[in-house]
Design a protein around this ligand. Structure first.
Ligand code: NAD
Ligand code: UDP
Length: 323
């Protein structure tokens, strides 16, 4: 039975990846220190004999006995609020954490997948972004702690590939959403859905003309899984190219949540990218991958999940449970 290590397993994407790997017949060890993750994301695996969790900071030496076939390195704060609050931990997860995870891959002869990001393109001057573009990042701005950590992580990954022959893969993940995001993580999807469900105005940063392209989590996870099984070592964008402005996105959430449109304008964060859309030609050509879940379907699923999991819904459910 193949054995995979997933760092960041208690996070939004890590937990979905663990589920996908278990379905594919892997035994899985998750590694997480819960800095931005949530043990509840793994609670459905309490009785799963093929899954274990190691509670550890990935910046420390990873001592994992036996053979390992694949390492998926996802551990890193990922939402702008998280990495602005945790700047040094973010740099350490991207630099030291990637170094530890690559060291483990080298020692075990395992495949390695780095969860990189569209943020390595910064505020992009090329649109849509293809993998040939080198980006436009402010290294000393507040977002630099995340962007530069991921850029360093990509450089280190390629160095281990070229110098040590590690079978590496780099996935550049574009904005992804779905069940198990933290309601308070500050990213636009949980922020808008949380506000909509509470009947509060949706907070638009800037004038809302900045664009993003949102990918549903099951599509993203399939892209990562296919990449791990491929022989492809150059970076690959995985995301959904359906692009819309944040203002259009807010209006769409109001319609889908069936609430009147209430918007509140707030200042645009420093270095907030003005536009973002993945060119996914490479993922199509080399992995045969394309997203399947359209935005409305994915958002309906996500809104329903948040409806059922917001704190009030949990309290109601607990109150109704027989004692
Ligand atoms: P998340 O915050 O939900 O998950 C990250 C997980 O990593 C958390 O469980 C956290 O506790 C863990 N972690 C962080 N630092 C750690 C450390 N030092 N040691 C051990 N565990 C640590 O975020 P996510 O959205 O699931 O993102 C997962 C990965 O995907 C990240 O590397 C992120 O940069 C990348 N990514 C995500 C998106 C997206 O839209 N979701 C976009 C681009 C890239
Ligand atoms: N945003 C917003 N209101 C919010 C949260 C985010 O208008 O309450 C904007 C943010 O400024 C950015 C976009 O939504 O332009 C996406 O933000 P997110 O934090 O989800 O991810 P990013 O793509 O910036 O990493």
């Amino acid at each position: 039975m193949p054995f995979a290590v997933v760092t960041g397993a208690a996070g939004f994407l890590g937990s979905h990846l663990v589920d996908r790997l278990l379905r594919a017949g892997y035994r899985v060890l998750g590694v997480d220190n819960f800095v931005t993750g949530n043990p509840d994301n793994l609670s459905h695996l309490k009785h799963e004999s093929q899954f274990d969790l190691l509670v550890q900071d990935v910046s420390e030496f990873l001592d994992i006995p036996g053979k390992v076939d694949q390492i998926f390195h996802l551990a890193s704060p990922a939402s702008p609020i998280d990495y602005l609050n945790l700047p040094i931990q973010t740099l350490k997860a991207g630099a030291l954490g990637t170094y530890r995870a690559l060291g483990l891959a080298k020692a075990k002869g395992a495949g390695f997948v780095l969860a990189s990001t569209s943020e390595i393109y910064g505020d992009p001057l090329v649109h849509p972004q293809n993998e040939e573009y080198w980006g436009n990042v402010n290294p000393i701005g507040p977002r630099g702690v995340y962007d530069e950590a991921k850029r360093f992580a990509e450089a280190l990954t390629m160095a281990y590939h070229r110098s040590h022959g590690v079978n590496t893969h780099i996935v550049r993940i574009f904005n992804t959403y779905g069940p198990r995001m933290r309601l308070q993580d500050g990213r636009v999807v949980p922020a808008f859905i949380g506000q909509a469900l509470e009947g509060k105005p949706l907070t638009i940063f800037g004038d809302g003309s900045q664009t993003r392209s949102f990918c549903y989590c099951s599509d993203l996870i399939e892209g990562i899984f296919l990449l791990s099984q491929s022989g492809f070592d150059d970076p690959v964008n995985v995301g959904n190219p359906t692009e819309l402005s944040i203002l259009e996105f807010a209006r769409l959430i109001c319609r889908l949540a069936d609430i009147p449109e209430q918007l509140e304008y707030k200042p645009l964060p420093v270095d907030d990218p003005k536009q973002r859309r993945p060119d996914i030609t490479r993922a199509g050509n080399f992995l045969g991958w394309a997203p399947k879940v359209d935005l409305k379907t994915g958002l309906r699923e996500t809104i329903e999940w948040f409806r059922a999991h917001r704190p009030e819904a949990r309290k109601e459910e607990e109150a109704q449970r027989p004692t």
